[in-house]
Design a protein around this ligand. Structure first.
Ligand SMILES: Cc1ncc(COP(=O)(O)O)c(C=O)c1O
Length: 437
């Protein structure tokens, strides 16, 4: 950036006036909205503007709209991302020191909630593919975990994952409910799924999960930090959940963020056709990419219940380029900014706001890069390590820290665990990114 730039606002203004195309969050792709900086609508809880923590007026109306749009009994606006919703959900289902079942590929916010509540976690380890991508959580693994931890207060899993891997929520919810255990799904990456044909299989609210958390900002046209929680449960009361939302969320919720949630919901309910056009663009894109020689686009495999095709994963497993290099090349030579990269893949995140031109630019760039590559087979990624448990108190006080790659923010070793040789070997696989650890 130029030396004349002094403020974050100036840097943002300069960057966003370049031709850089965003294949990353937020889902509005900077094409949606009214103002560059929303000072004019930034107020506090003055008369007639209701209160997020005790809504009975205009904010209650937005929550009702959210509930209707997602076919949910109850909906709650979240203004500090899915993180606030996840901390609240796990607190609402557990008492201090309880047992809980957690899918090992959950986001760090799940681990942080478990640490704060001193929960004793029984982990479900998903299989991983050659790229290290975690596959679906299997219903039979949930049954086995419940057998091991019969007093668990909840099962918590992520679906869809950051890479778009979806689990069979309907079967898993059935198993949980047979044992009177609520299912919490972190569907931070799945706010768009209900509105897409490809998103129906495994959809978490219709599948029967008790609490579902969705970031609106990740895959829908809404401002960063906006999210929503959905409650459909005989096992958790609305009062308890709202109480924890009040504890974990700011007491000064941003009106521009809440207005953005309403604009987003109004837009997607009035323009359902945009999801059809989006799916068509995605199908056209995958079709165009079918003759790539060395790069490959990830598709469903036997270990995946279903997948969000809006997460375009370009694997470099059989090419003489790493995922990091591919992402850099797309940035430097094509001005296409992707969401993230790993040793053998790069991830482009899409939404209804992506243009035909954007998809065309990505397709053209991948074809050109592919034509310059050679075959090179990489070593498959090892399965997730299983670190030994240690003292949770040290983690909460910051004396020990979780180790994770961000994104996706999944702890490889949690703060309450020991980093042994196996874990170190696993971490070395990410060495080119080690500065981000
Ligand atoms: C799977 C998953 N869950 C939860 C979160 C937290 O969401 P937010 O950033 O909206 O707080 C993230 C963030 O990247 C995530 O990837």
């Amino acid at each position: 950036m130029s030396e004349n730039i002094n403020t974050l606002f100036e840097q943002l203004s300069t960057y966003t006036s370049t031709p850089a195309y965003p294949f990353h969050m937020p889902g509005h792709k900077r094409l949606f909205g009214v103002d560059e900086m929303p000072y004019k609508i930034d107020i506090t809880e003055i008369d007639n503007f209701d209160n997020l923590h005790a809504p009975c007026g205009i904010i209650k109306r937005i929550e009702n709209k959210l509930a209707a749009a997602f076919d949910s009994d109850h909906a709650f606006m979240l203004v500090n991302g899915s993180t606030g919703g996840i901390l609240s959900a796990i607190s609402a289902v557990s008492d201090i020191g309880d047992d809980i079942i957690i899918a090992r590929n959950c986001h760090k916010s799940v681990y942080n909630a478990a640490m704060i509540r001193r929960l004793n976690a029984e982990y479900i380890y998903p299989e991983t593919d050659e790229n290290g991508i975690c596959q679906s959580i299997k219903p039979e693994d949930v049954s086995a975990a419940i057998e091991k931890a019969p007093h668990a207060k909840s099962v918590v899993l992520t679906s869809p994952t950051y890479e778009g891997v979806v689990s069979d929520i309907e079967s898993i919810a059935k198993i949980c409910h047979e044992h009177n255990i609520p299912l919490v799904t972190d569907s931070a990456h799945g706010a768009h799924m209900k509105f897409c044909a490809f998103g129906q299989k495994g959809e978490s609210i219709s599948g029967g999960a008790d609490i579902v958390i969705k970031s609106l900002h990740k895959t829908l046209p809404a401002l960063t930090q906006t999210a929503a929680a959905f409650l459909n449960s005989d096992l958790i009361s609305e009062e308890t959940f709202r109480n924890y939302l009040e504890i974990y969320q700011t007491s000064s919720p941003s009106y521009p963020l809440m207005a953005s949630i309403e604009l987003c919901i109004d837009h997607i309910t009035a323009h359902k056709d945009e999801f059809k056009l989006y799916e068509q663009r995605l199908h056209d894109f995958y079709e165009k990419m079918s003759d790539l020689k060395h790069l490959q686009l990830l598709s469903n495999n036997n270990y995946m219940y279903s997948r969000d095709i809006g997460k375009i994963i370009i694997t470099t497993f059989k090419a003489n380029i790493t995922g990091y290099e591919l992402m850099k090349k797309l940035r430097d030579e094509y001005q296409l900014e992707l969401e993230m990269s790993m040793p053998t893949y790069s991830l482009a995140m899409t939404s209804i706001c992506d243009s035909v031109e954007g998809f065309e630019r990505l397709a053209q760039a991948l074809k050109e890069i592919d034509s310059t590559l050679k075959y090179e087979k990489k070593e498959p990624f090892p399965p997730l390590p299983r670190p030994r448990k240690a003292d949770p108190e040290k983690g909460e006080k910051g004396e020990t820290r979780s180790i994770y790659i961000y994104p996706p923010g999944i702890p490889i070793v949690a703060a309450s665990e020991v980093c042994g040789e196996n874990e170190l070997r696993y971490l070395k696989k990410w060495q080119p990114q080690s500065h981000r650890l």
